[in-house]
Design a protein around this ligand. Structure first.
Ligand SMILES: *[C@@H]1O[C@H](CO)[C@@H](O)[C@H](O)[C@H]1NC(C)=O
Ligand SMILES: *[C@@H]1O[C@H](CO)[C@@H](O)[C@H](O)[C@H]1NC(C)=O
Ligand SMILES: *[C@@H]1O[C@H](CO)[C@@H](O)[C@H](O)[C@H]1NC(C)=O
Ligand SMILES: *[C@@H]1O[C@H](CO)[C@@H](O)[C@H](O)[C@H]1NC(C)=O
Ligand SMILES: *[C@@H]1O[C@H](CO)[C@@H](O)[C@H](O)[C@H]1NC(C)=O
Ligand SMILES: *[C@@H]1O[C@H](CO)[C@@H](O)[C@H](O)[C@H]1NC(C)=O
Ligand SMILES: *[C@@H]1O[C@H](CO)[C@@H](O)[C@H](O)[C@H]1NC(C)=O
Length: 511
């Protein structure tokens, strides 16, 4: 299996420590905590073509343990992963906290094409054509307007929007969706929180790695220097082969070789969480390791052709050999099997087990976020020069050959996303919450690269940057809030406070 140059937008299910078993272990609370694997909402496959009569089942879960009569619904958007990955957030995380403080129902709504909410028989190009932002937003709107939560919870009442106030929450891609829902369906979404909401889609997101570089000064200069050495070696015909040999990656193209090295920062920093049971940061331990000179008698330098390479470079060689090369060879595959992206046949396997395909399709059609080597002169690179937009977008051509009904565009139509507001997205009762050290921050309204005018942080339009935080750090929460780090307790308290203030103004529409 090829290791895909996947653009992780969220915690990968592997890195993600919590699974649904954490949800089962809730003890007495489970009395009022419905585990709704069986509960589906029927959605049309196509909300805009009424001649298309196909429907599918969208899965959702409700936690009613905090409910008080008259309370709101806190809808947590599942985003680009199985909804089961999000269940902790309605039992102890942000949606549970807001529900607890407001007497609300907390629910997770799974996104079409993810988890069990799969509307199609395979992930071919044609079958993926209903995976658009417009269709997925229309799912949420239809759900809010029509779901019968009374039938599900046994609690009498009408829980549809706009009679019941809905507070829409999402993190990362789902954070962008949360903001998009607020501006697209303002009559259904009473309030929304966009956490690490990547509302500015971009073909080129070189800044992703630059955030990591700036956040980790203890090692990033050593790592950048090693990448610069790789760049020099790759562009020298006498060293191009030897440098790949040194890493044990003989025979790969320059870009596939560079892509293995890019796998170290990619996701490694983003996957961190303040709660070690939820996320794990593989970048920081790597970072400590690469910056450490070897103990004598190990050599501090080696010769590569006519160049001398130092211990930082040698540490990177060791790390790649141990963590990528040896692991690949232990499975009896070749380096090409593991790391070459040349095999279109394997990339075109489109059965439903290829769960990487829906998000990659969204990347290729709408979102982009190709994380390339830095274009500005003088910025130290965290990935090598061959990591270009051409290279990272090649998979869009390889994996999604033109269908009968749909063709993936040469580059994603990011304008379709950005016309909803991009960096400037704003609305009353739309909160924008980001992490100071989030590598996705450059795609949010808190980008420090886009030279944005300052925004006020008000109760009606909260605009909050969590200090020392990475990716949607507020989404996770502990049952005992006092055990959370101070800045996480603070953001949870602020979120509770502004949602309560919003709800004070709620007036149900007159019939
Ligand atoms: C919900 O939908 C899934 C997938 O279509 C199906 O397997 C399951 O039986 C449905 N459950 C109910 C209660 O309808
Ligand atoms: C709900 O809120 C109350 C009051 O702040 C708190 O004491 C309690 O621990 C919370 N319960 C949960 C399950 O978060
Ligand atoms: C994918 O599903 C569609 C619709 O069900 C079907 O027409 C098509 O033949 C399938 N493609 C493959 C490769 O199985
Ligand atoms: C919702 O479900 C309940 C229980 O099944 C039923 O009594 C009620 O009529 C339903 N409400 C609507 C609006 O369909
Ligand atoms: C190494 O050799 C290449 C030509 O093969 C040359 O361009 C480069 O300047 C040399 N580097 C050093 C440090 O001598
Ligand atoms: C790799 O091949 C060796 C020798 O054929 C065999 O003993 C071993 O079980 C294989 N390992 C895996 C992971 O397939
Ligand atoms: C390409 O991938 C296909 C399907 O996974 C596999 O059967 C084939 O052996 C691969 N070809 C090469 C040259 O590795």
């Amino acid at each position: 299996m090829v290791l895909l140059p996947t653009l992780l937008l969220t915690w990968s299910s592997l890195a993600y420590g919590l699974s649904s078993h954490a949800f089962h272990a809730l003890g007495p609370q489970a009395v009022k905590l419905w585990r709704l694997e069986k509960i589906n909402f029927t959605q049309p496959l196509d909300h805009f073509d009424k001649t298309n009569k196909f429907t599918f089942s969208q899965r959702f879960w409700v936690n009613a343990q905090f409910y008080q009569p008259g309370g709101p619904v806190i809808l947590l958007d599942g985003g680009e992963t199985s909804g089961t990955d999000r269940l902790p957030y309605i039992s102890t995380g942000v949606a549970a906290k807001i529900a607890n403080a407001t007497g609300g129902l907390a629910l997770v709504l799974e996104h079409r094409y993810y988890g069990n909410s799969i509307p199609v028989a395979n992930f071919s190009t044609d079958s993926l054509r209903w995976l658009t932002n417009e269709q997925a937003m229309a799912d949420s709107a239809n759900f809010m307007a029509n779901v019968n939560l009374s039938a599900v919870t046994g609690i009498p009442g009408d829980f549809t929007a706009p009679k019941t106030p809905y507070i829409y929450y999402g993190g990362s891609y789902a954070g962008a969706r949360s903001a998009h829902m607020k501006v697209t369906y303002p009559n259904l979404v009473y309030g929304a929180i966009a956490s690490s909401g990547v509302t500015h889609a971009a073909v080129n997101l070189w800044e992703y790695y630059d955030v990591i570089r700036n956040a980790t000064p203890q090692c990033s200069p050593v790592f950048s220097k090693a990448i610069e050495t790789v760049n020099i070696a790759l562009s020298n015909k006498d060293l191009n082969g030897p440098v790949k040999d040194m890493f044990g990656l003989t025979g790969l193209t320059d870009a596939d070789f560079a892509s293995v090295l890019a796998d170290v920062p990619l996701g490694g920093w983003q996957n961190s969480n303040w709660d070690p049971s939820v996320g794990s940061d593989s970048w920081t331990p790597f970072c400590e390791m690469i910056a450490k000179p070897p103990a004598a008698p190990a050599p501090q330098t080696r010769v590569l052709g006519n160049m001398t390479v130092d211990f930082g470079f040698l540490n990177l060689v060791n790390y790649i050999q141990q963590n990528f090369v040896s692991r690949c060879l232990r499975t009896n595959q070749t380096i090409a099997d593991c790391f070459s992206t040349a095999n279109d046949t394997s990339l075109q396997e489109d059965d439903l087990s290829q769960t990487w395909r829906p998000w990659q399709f969204q990347v290729c059609t709408a979102w982009g976020f190709f994380m390339v080597s830095p274009p500005p002169a003088g910025v130290p690179p965290m990935v090598a020069t061959p990591i270009t937009i051409d290279y990272l977008s090649e998979i869009c051509k390889q994996a999604y050959p033109p269908g009968e009904h749909f063709k993936v565009p040469p580059l994603p139509n990011v304008e379709d996303v950005n016309r909803l507001g991009g960096f400037f997205i704003a609305a009353d009762r739309l909160a924008i919450v980001d992490g100071e050290l989030d590598p996705w921050r450059p795609a949010t309204a808190h980008s420090s690269y886009a030279h944005l005018p300052p925004r006020q942080d008000t109760t009606l339009r909260p605009f909050k940057l969590i200090p020392q935080a990475v990716h949607h750090y507020d989404e996770n929460g502990l049952a005992d809030q006092s055990l959370e780090p101070p800045q996480i307790q603070d953001i949870h308290n602020e979120e509770i406070a502004f949602v309560k203030a919003w709800l004070k103004d709620f007036k149900p529409p007159k019939h």
